[in-house]
Ligand binder design. Structure first.
Ligand SMILES: O=C(O)CCC(=O)C(=O)O
Ligand SMILES: [Fe+2]
Length: 407
């Protein structure tokens, strides 16, 4: 393939650019934190959203891959100017989503986008069906998304492209756009968001590492195909349902709610809750639905490892759910989850995580709760150590303790 500018269609595909570990970690972040996206049947996780929902530490896993992509982009396209990241996001497309021929700078408000990098975090045929990427002209013409691969191209009309409709599963990417215009630098905006949170004192709170949900409408999926008021679901509840869990409320006032009560259901998933599974409940309190969802997704990500470590915790608090409570949980679920059949179609996993379904174990899950806390605390420590340097330079760069200059 001709390098950079010599090619009439400047583009590059690099296989195995991202490690499997990082792909899985980013998938975990997306499945824990995403909200309704910018097109039908699309979900997204932006870095500013992570900061706004008290998950700013989850920006760290993005830092070195953003740098590597920028370096590769500048090198391949022979840039004599510095590039800035304009946008970083995890984006997933589910059944029914597609995009026709377009260039990525095809709106007046997108003119600052000069280059695109699309990193595939899961694979065609294994994790989803459909979703092939095509360029209108030039070679290569079709890209089959495979985990770890990265596609880079200029965002202008030399690279008009489309994505086929997804017919099954969830297709996940890490997508970045780069700009030559420093005023569109995403780093400056993110650093200012971090500073606002710090100055509001939130980070001194002892539970400041716990996620805080955004407004409920950001999690409410409604189908274009069947836009009746019942045809929709809360994506937090849908994601735990797909993995075989249910949310369960121990507060009597909540668990006795009926659909004609005046209680604002959108408040429900902000409340403390437990997780239930197959008639049993894990009696650790989660502060809200996002907290529980993060731990569930963490267990889904690390399941095998946690089992291998096999640190048996002595007192796993699991109790049988009495029939009446199961009924209450299910009633609340149908009131808030909404259309669970639609949820099952949208979040259907082609390569269903067999480990989670066949070898589920509350002991392992209990280990996951502690491991998730360790993971979170470690990232928060790194964030708090790096932030002053990011603020000084107005740039987000890889920072490791002991290397005060960064690398
Ligand atoms: O996900 C892809 O392969 C490309 C998506 C795309 O074209 C876009 O977001 O503009
Ligand atoms: Fe595009």
């Amino acid at each position: 393939m001709a390098a950079g500018w010599e090619n009439p269609h400047p583009r590059l595909i690099i296989h195995d650019f991202i490690s499997l570990d990082l792909c899985k970690e980013l998938e975990f972040i997306h499945k824990s934190c995403s909200t309704i996206g910018y097109r039908p049947n699309v979900f997204s996780t932006t870095l500013s959203h992570l900061i706004a929902t008290n998950c700013g530490h989850l920006v760290l896993p993005f830092v070195s891959i953003r740098e590597r992509l920028k370096d590769k982009m500048e090198e391949f396209f022979g840039c004599e100017f510095e590039l800035f990241v304009e946008f970083t996001g995890l984006i997933s497309w589910t059944k029914g989503s597609s995009i026709g021929w377009h260039s990525d700078d095809n709106r007046s408000y997108l003119k600052q986008r000069h280059f695109a990098a699309v990193c595939y975090l899961n694979s065609h045929a294994k994790d989803f069906e459909g979703g092939l990427f095509h360029f209108q002209d030039g070679e290569p013409e079709t890209i089959v998304p495979m985990i770890g691969d990265v596609l880079m191209y200029t965002a202008d009309s030399r690279n008009i492209h489309s994505v086929d409709e997804i017919t099954d599963g969830e297709r996940i990417t890490l997508t970045l756009w780069f700009t030559r215009e420093s005023s569109y630098d995403e780093d400056a905006k993110l650093i200012s968001l971090f500073s606002q949170r710090l100055s509001s004192g939130l980070d001194e709170d002892p539970v400041s590492y716990l996620p805080f949900p955004a407004s409920s409408n950001m999690y409410w999926f409604s189908s274009e195909q069947a836009p009746s008021c019942h045809s929709g679901f809360d994506i937090r509840w849908a994601r735990i349902h797909i993995l075989g869990y249910n949310f369960c409320f121990f507060d009597d006032e909540i668990s006795n709610l009926t659909s004609d009560s005046s209680y604002d259901l959108s408040e429900l998933l902000m409340k403390p809750l437990w997780l239930a599974r197959e008639g049993e409940t894990f009696t650790k309190e989660f502060v809200n639905s996002l907290h529980a969802l993060q731990v569930v997704q963490f267990y889904s990500w690390k399941g095998f490892e946690l089992h291998a470590v096999s640190i048996r915790a002595n007192n796993v608090n699991v109790s049988q759910l009495v029939r009446s409570h199961t009924k209450k949980c299910n009633r609340l679920k149908s009131m808030t989850l909404g259309d669970h059949e639609l949820a099952e179609v949208v979040f259907h996993s082609v390569s269903c995580n067999e480990y989670i379904h066949s070898s589920f174990d509350w002991d392992d899950f209990n280990v996951a709760v502690v491991a998730w806390e360790d993971y979170t605390h470690q990232l928060r420590r790194e964030l708090l150590a790096g932030l002053p340097y990011w603020r000084d330079r107005q740039s987000i760069f890889f920072f490791s303790a002991g290397n005060e200059e960064g690398t």
